[in-house]
Design a protein around this ligand. Sequence first.
Ligand SMILES: [Zn+2]
Length: 283
Amino acid sequence: MDLKSFERLIKQENPARLYLVKSCWKNYRRFCIKCRGYKIYRIAGKRYRCKRCGYTFHDFTGRWINELHITPKQWLWVIKLFEVELSAKKISEQIKLSYPTVLKAVNIIRLAIVANSPNSDNLLKGEVELDESYFGGRRKGNRGRGAFNKVPVFGILERNGIVKVEVVKNVKAETLLNLTVQTVRRGSIVYTDKFKSYDSLMFCGYRHLKIDHKKKFSSGKVYINGVEGFWSYAKERLIKHHGVSKERFPLYLKEMEFRYNNRGKSLFNLLVNYLTNLVPDLL
Ligand SMILES: [Zn+2]
């Protein structure tokens, strides 16, 4: 959504509310969120009642919009400022909402990103780069594999396609191979560095080509610059959040995956869709 349309939307509370109603109910076709029945009737106070199960609800019952005591206009502001990568602290300053409230709001957005992240139905294929990296940890030095207090992450990138990243408990061969088999179609060409955990890839139905970083960074098409580009992209962006807790880190990592995979797209519309797809019991 461009700034002009956004401006129209947040001028008053009503257009903001209508926009969210429209995104929650495709073609304004409301249904019972409990039994999914379409036979409902309107009662007082802008509420609806289900003919089948008697459940009473209003437009935003069970939706993300109802999770916090903020108005539709404020929600749209949070989503817009999240899109342009403002930190929760900056968002709270800009729209005069408390920091804990904004933090809850942006974490609901991150939850929606995780819930809508590319699933394993579509395997990556063709030429695929694999690599692991370490995130976080305050201690300097001690870098690289086996680094103390850092979170290992495994990344898989399809050239000219998307990247998929996952926090892993370790970088042993079994862990990385399992994830590769779940994510990459057999018969694909996989590129890695010379880390020994990748040695058995050729026995898993892949054509495996390795680059030796000690000697050179690429040799013809044998390189992993794509996935390494993602590591820099993600690490650079995570700096502004000033130390993300280990528990929350997977959410932030998936946000980076989402931003990287949707570069150049309107994230605002995508985010509203993702939030709307959140089923009530996920909240
Ligand atoms: Zn019902």
